[in-house]
Design a protein. Structure first.
Length: 616
């Protein structure tokens, strides 16, 4: 009996994660004909494009080694079997101890030898972990499954074959797209700025993945406007400073930066006007958090039928969940700083509506220090209502803000912040169920949840390692970076890019503008030839949330099958990733948290195996 052929387009962590689940479930579900899996990707299987070894050694993960795994564990609620494996930290320990055999690149030996469970590793080291994971998956493949690698880009799918950019093709009875982030052509606003730049001899860099963009044409000393203060900016900052020969050195009280003379001057601003919060450098000190408490599957099911507004109907539950995590840690980890016992506080907290006078009264009664009270509005907009005399005074304020953030995220006395962080992660894992329920108003889903909440989550919980903010301060002190303020607005006029801000009066002018962010999800603007081909042929469409376009690839939530424009599911084509209807996180999963991405991988693998039995 001839085997079934599955093409996995995208052989990065998600594609290999599904392959591992196919292998794990094969004993139960694989048909007698067997399965040939074609991994289609121009980049190495395992790391894929984003985590490939061939990138700057300066770039690091924003996750600790102990918080990164590719394997299922006893916490994952799924139909398939658990196949445990080492987290990144455990893998490093086992390599050093000789329990595992893997040849790590020579220039990573020092990092591996000094790696701690709380280290933020380089992306190159993560690449080695992912390459090892892939080889382990291959070694554990059961009889009946064959894997074939195709180091080429897929460009279209026709008549049961995936056609490749190099002119070849592979058979594909079944297709799984794990394409990760959707690269996009410039939208109308960006296209207008590109045209203006071309007409006036300026340089404009639209949104994109920083490690893939060539910034070498930016000359030394050039004043550059940068929109975006998140992780993409952090990468840009390093590539244009230390990446051009500058040096950071330790000194009392922080870092100092010695310029090479090849750096541009970066004027960075954003909507908030501040960088993402530093990752916490401590662990919880109190009793184990009881999460979720107020925002879980039962709470979502109990919401009335829609259309609901996120901020009116859902945010009170979400905010209360975050506050529950925060105050649970404050009361049990630092009881000397509160006036009530946790049992009394938790009972009254549970009974009190969020953001009510009673809630504010309870917190005021129980938590005497203002700095120990959670203020989500202030967290979200730390510069709201602030106006400074000039750029110099604003710069001093922002420097003090960053220093305070670093101090707070390094001091276990403030481990309540980590409690809020963990609760926010819990909320994030339950949001796909809210989207699936269809209860939210379409505009609220797209704007408030996919837009604002995702941004708030990234700002609070997905920031850089502390070292990166220390480097930011050193660069600002050296005059290589300046802070452009909040509500940054850039126009093209007078033959320049001109920026204004709500933080201080005046204008900033520059000949170069960089968008330091990933492009928004957009099937309509997708630059990938395969996605465009499937879109134009009607085999793939953009998700509509009650007739509102979300930008994401439309998939059926229950099994990740691609949906056609008429809403019918494709029998044999699937897609997983952050820019699909499933809205799974792009970040790696932590061990022992019943991770959504691992559950999705298992469910789709089982669907693929069931389909493979009937594909002939």
């Amino acid at each position: 009996m001839a085997p079934c052929h599955l093409a996995i387009v995208g052989a990065g962590p998600r594609g290999v994660g599904v392959l591992e689940r196919i292998s794990a479930n094969a004993a139960e579900l694989l048909g007698p004909g067997g399965l040939v899996v074609h991994l289609v990707d121009p980049f190495p299987p395992g790391p894929g494009r984003i985590w490939r070894y061939e990138q700057s050694p300066l770039l690091r993960m924003n996750s600790m080694t102990e918080d990164v795994t590719m394997f299922t564990d006893e916490s994952v609620r799924m139909a398939g079997p658990v196949r445990p494996g080492p987290s990144l930290a455990e893998w490093a320990d086992q390599l050093r101890g000789g329990a595992l055999r893997h040849e790590v690149a020579e220039d990573l030996r020092d990092e591996l030898d000094s790696l701690l469970s709380t280290s933020f590793p380089t992306r190159r080291l993560q690449s080695e972990y992912l390459a090892w994971v892939y080889r382990r998956v291959l070694d554990e493949l059961p009889e009946g499954i064959e894997v074939v690698e195709h180091r080429a880009r897929a460009v279209r799918i026709e008549e049961g074959r995936v056609h490749l950019e190099d002119g070849g093709s592979v058979p594909a009875d079944l297709v799984l797209l794990t394409v990760g982030h959707l690269d996009a052509d410039p939208d109308a606003a960006a296209a207008g700025l590109l045209e203006y730049a071309e007409q006036h001899g300026l340089a404009y860099y639209p949104a994109g993945y920083t490690a893939d963009i060539d910034y070498s044409a930016i000359p030394p000393g050039e004043h550059v406007l940068v929109r975006g203060f998140g992780l993409a900016f952090v990468d840009l900052m390093l590539l244009l400073t230390e990446g051009r020969g500058g040096r950071f050195t330790e000194r009392d009280g922080g870092l100092a930066y010695t310029p090479s003379g090849r750096e541009p001057v970066l004027h960075v601003g954003s909507r908030r006007g501040v960088p993402y919060h530093s990752k916490p450098g401590y662990r919880l000190r109190g009793e184990p958090l009881q999460l979720p408490k107020f925002f879980d599957a039962a709470a979502i099911e109990a919401l009335p039928d829609g259309p609901l507004e996120f901020f009116t109907d859902v945010w009170p539950l979400v905010a209360k969940e975050i506050a529950w995590g925060y105050y649970s840690e404050l009361f049990t980890g630092h009881p000397e700083r509160v006036r009530l016992g946790f049992p009394e506080f938790s009972t009254r907290f549970a009974e009190t509506p969020w953001d009510s006078e009673e809630m504010h009264g309870l917190v005021g009664e129980a938590v005497p220090a203002e700095e120990d009270r959670l203020d989500l509005n202030r967290l979200d907009r730390p510069l709201a209502g602030e106006r400074f005399e000039d750029a110099e005074h604003f710069g001093k304020h922002l420097r003090a803000y960053v220093e305070a953030d670093l101090a707070r995220r390094a001091d276990p006395a403030y481990s309540a912040d980590l409690g809020g962080f963990m609760a926010l992660l819990s909320v994030y894992h339950h949001l796909p169920a809210l989207a699936q329920s269809g209860k939210l108003d379409a505009i609220s889903q797209v704007s408030d949840v996919d837009g604002w909440f995702h941004g708030f989550f990234s700002f609070y919980a997905s920031g850089p390692p502390p070292r990166r903010l220390q480097e930011l301060l050193a660069l600002e002190q050296a005059g290589v970076v300046s802070f452009a303020g909040a509500e940054l607005r850039v126009t093209a006029e007078r033959g320049r890019f001109v920026a204004t801000t709500s933080s201080f009066p005046g204008e900033l002018e520059a000949r170069t503008l960089v968008e330091a962010r990933l492009p928004n999800a957009s099937v309509g603007l997708a630059s990938d030839e395969l996605i465009r081909s499937l879109r134009d042929s009607g085999e793939l469409t953009e998700e509509l949330v009650l007739d509102q376009p979300s930008g994401r690839i439309s998939t059926r939530m229950t099994d990740a099958r691609l949906l056609r424009p008429d809403g019918t599911p494709h029998e044999r084509w699937f897609s997983l990733g952050p820019h699909t209807s499933a809205r799974s996180a792009a970040a790696f999963t932590r061990p022992r948290i019943n991770a959504l991405s691992l559950r999705q991988n298992d469910a789709v693998a089982r669907e693929i195996l069931n389909s493979a039995r009937a594909c002939r």
